[in-house]
Design a protein. Structure first.
Length: 41
């Protein structure tokens, strides 16, 4: 009997966590760049 690969229930949670981490990192980098630009003027 062949077993089909079933997605693990926690995979979606992991993907959501990764997405949140990336979104937070993006926001922090935008703030850092904006701050650097303001300081440059």
């Amino acid at each position: 009997m062949l077993m089909k690969n079933k997605p693990v229930a926690g995979v979606e949670t992991v993907y959501r966590s990764i997405k949140l981490i990336l979104e937070e990192a993006r926001a922090k980098s935008f703030r850092a760049v904006n701050s650097a630009m303001v300081n440059a003027y």
